[in-house]
Ligand binder design. Sequence first.
Ligand code: NAD
Length: 261
Amino acid sequence: MTLHGKTALVTGSTSGIGLAIARCLAAEGSNLVLNGFGDAGAIAAQRAELAKTFGVAVTYAPADISHPDQIATMVAQAQSDHGSLDILVNNAGVQHVAAIESFPAAEWNRVIAINLTAAFLAMQAAIPGMKTRGWGRIINIASAHGLVASGEKSAYVAAKHGLIGLTKTAGIELANVGVTCNAICPGWVLTPLVQAQLDARAARDGITPDQAAALFLAEKQPMHRFTAPEQIGATAVFLCSDGAATITGAALSVDGGWVSQ
Ligand code: NAD
């Protein structure tokens, strides 16, 4: 129980990687603020289950983080509900796949707003309290696409490269105030975000989703297996631990060797 008494806000924690990170932090004793879209009843059930299983306080912030004012409200609410916001995980992300010449400008703006600008605004709101208390952990969920590119993902690749740049800058600015800022760079993790891409590839090429999954892995990862969301959660817990107190401004790959090539 290394995080007992801390509070973590995980954006996009109603699904996939964010939900697994929230679970792993709660298992270490951290209170939680969940955020993300979904059915109200399902989110209430998730909240109750996490609170009961781990004996922590769990609240839900309904912010749409493509709206800056809702991010400020979410952070302020987290601080007033729990007394402090100690761990910020900027996880929510969206994807749009199209060649640059046919990439809709509205999709570019949406991907940059959610994957990059929202992280900047949440950090801006959360850092003063972390500095006052002399302890904080900021974890930005980037991607292998924050370090290398793929075709037809211009906005996502630009946003994730930007997120790693933002992480480095925060690491420098916060180096001596007890607050670290790091990025985790996953390769393929089987979540709804990736399942949608598998289904699209299967439909396009007339193959099964399982065949599409094998192709995705073979194209990008030396290791032909998906990372489990819980393995990203375990990395986040490590970054919150005392053992990671001098790791800052780093981009940690959890990607089956994707960017080693
Ligand atoms: P997911 O689609 O399963 O979950 C995304 C979450 O973000 C959901 O909870 C959704 O409700 C929330 N969200 C989306 N738009 C939002 C908005 N405007 N406001 C608030 N919440 C919003 O996706 P995932 O695969 O779990 O991805 C999580 C993060 O991990 C993303 O940043 C993604 O880019 C990154 N990532 C994923 C993979 C992968 O293989 N799945 C690989 C590398 C990086």
